[in-house]
Write a protein that binds this ligand. Sequence first.
Ligand SMILES: [Fe+2]
Ligand SMILES: [Fe+2]
Length: 199
Amino acid sequence: MDMEIIRERMKAILNENRYQHVLGVEEVCKDLAVIHGYDMEKAGIAGLLHDCAKNLTDEELLQKCKEYHLPVTEAEEKSIYLLHAKVGAAIAKDQFGVHDDDILKAITFHTTGRPAMSLLEKIVFTADYIEPNRKPLPRIKEIRIAAYDNLDLAVFLILKNTLDYLKSTSANIDKKTIETYEYYRKVDLNLAHEDPCFY
Ligand SMILES: [Fe+2]
Ligand SMILES: [Fe+2]
């Protein structure tokens, strides 16, 4: 599907802030694809579509899970918004005609990440966090530098920030996020000296 058509459709289904966010993610995904050696167009499509289910209400997300026969985990039951990732992948396939498995997985795991992500999954996960329309977040400068230099380190720093934030709000933490954090904590040897953090 033509990128301009996807953009128009996303503009129609998202509010203005969210639309600006997905445009920002699309741009950063393309930059990261060039830097880290991935197909730029595929990265752009994944970035643009990653939040295509973000406009849906909790009820609509649960309804879509039934419709697409998607399992709902315990963590997702407690934090329904997490479902916008897997429902987004189903909508990308069903309504936008995306059949590329790498793009669909990048959409599915953009919120929690997962251990041993593919390059595109790491690109979308990171771009979602660092795109320029995001409000300032802790350590964002360091994460932006890492994103262009050492993507695994950027993923680790994002997960650490996310877990620190979730802990501070005593929100539910998806165990996938913890698993992913534990995986990426060990990936970068430069981090081996750091004290382990337990969540
Ligand atoms: Fe999202
Ligand atoms: Fe997003």
